[in-house]
Design a protein around this ligand. Structure first.
Ligand code: ADE
Length: 359
């Protein structure tokens, strides 16, 4: 059955709220990230660190499309926020030597708005639709002929005089981004030639990203300090770059200007980020399961209400890393806190969760 995301706080509103009360380790983009991101974002595949398998495949697709003078296959990028979906779209446009047109699912409110975007595209350009799972059904359907045959169907007239005219658009590539592929309808998903599921970055890759960013920012960093920042960045380049930028502030004001392990440690303590990269919100989530629900299972809806966050935010922003790292488990009846979560919070492990855990 076709799935759609439940109504929840739109990204723009969430951003506005996070600007008022920014969460240090949230992977969602915050106001100053835009500035940081822009200066640190890699522009070519060679500069891009991590996601090695996807990167090499993309290199082949770019080369093949360029040789044939055709657009890239439509591409769906999925994964938690902050892993580089927008960055990859920008790199692909750069490598293809085409223009990138960016928009966001909920912003394309009606067919006319989509037609406006599509008719502006140049040959082989890339149309990037962030949060593509939030397109409304009518707009989504009018995207199908554009993706398949590079045309838009426009209805004219009414009743007995109604007819459809077809407007050709230039061959283009649709790059769609979503936090979870499962949120897309099957017909939309099937129209993408390829899907790339971005994974959390390894600590080694994140450390390389931190070193590259430090070089671009003109700040000296010890290898061990880069690794500690990497370890506290929840597998996410956006968080790593944000943390680096905050640590640089502490280093300049409280230290020598150079980033070493001591200043990373001091900064983390002052920002309330622990050794696993968790902030108060992550610890609260685990604590609610352990202390209020006896370790779980607890339904995600209940958990979201207890945290005072929309369900989508809990599922897309907070949970993925906790699940991937084994602090949180998913059972048919809800989320449970694993032994690792108890140990991290220095709480005695009750043991009953072992029987519930469904790996
Ligand atoms: N900055 C943010 N993401 C990056 C990546 N994947 N490679 C290099 N620098 C980055």
């Amino acid at each position: 059955m076709a799935k759609r995301s439940e109504p929840s706080e739109p990204k723009q509103e969430r951003r506005a709220r996070e600007e008022r009360e920014p969460r240090q380790v949230s992977a969602e983009a915050q106001a100053d990230d835009v500035r940081i991101d822009r200066s640190l974002r890699p522009k070519t595949l060679d500069d891009y660190i991590g996601q090695a398998r996807h990167k090499e495949n993309l290199r082949v697709f770019v080369e093949a499309a360029r040789r044939r003078g055709e657009p890239l296959h439509h591409l769906l990028l999925s994964g938690p926020p902050g892993l580089g979906k927008t960055t990859l779209a920008q790199i692909l446009a750069h490598e293809m030597g085409v223009e990138l047109h960016m928009t966001n699912g909920p912003v394309v409110e009606h067919k006319g708005a989509l037609a406006g975007l599509l008719t502006k595209l140049g040959r082989n350009d890339i149309l990037f639709i962030d949060e593509i799972h939030r397109l409304n059904a009518v707009v989504e359907e009018s995207l199908y002929p554009a993706m398949e045959d590079f045309r838009i169907d426009v209805m004219t007239g009414d009743g007995a005089f109604a007819s459809s005219i077809q407007i050709p658009v230039e061959p283009f590539t649709l790059v769609g981004a979503t936090t979870r592929t499962g949120l897309l309808t099957a017909p939309l998903q099937s129209r993408f030639g390829q899907t790339i599921r971005l994974d959390f970055y390894s600590e080694q890759d994140l450390a390389k990203i931190v070193q590259r960013s430090a070089r671009l920012l003109g700040v000296e960093i010890a290898a061990g300090a880069a690794m500690t920042i990497a370890r506290r960045s929840r597998g996410t380049p956006r968080i790593a770059n944000r943390l680096l930028s905050r640590v640089r502030d502490f280093a300049e004001v409280l230290g020598t200007g150079k980033i070493d392990e001591t200043i990373v440690q001091t900064s983390s303590e002052r920002l309330d980020i622990d050794a696993a990269g968790f902030d108060e919100m992550d610890r609260r989530l685990l604590r609610i399961i352990i202390e209020d629900y006896d370790g779980g299972p607890v339904g995600v809806e209940t958990l979201a209400a207890a945290l005072g966050e929309p369900r989508d935010t809990v599922e897309d922003v907070y949970e993925p890393y906790l699940l991937q790292q084994g602090y949180l488990g998913r059972t048919p009846r809800g989320r449970i806190a694993t032994r690792r979560a108890y140990e991290h919070l220095k709480l005695p492990f009750a043991g009953k969760q072992r029987d519930l855990f469904d790996p």
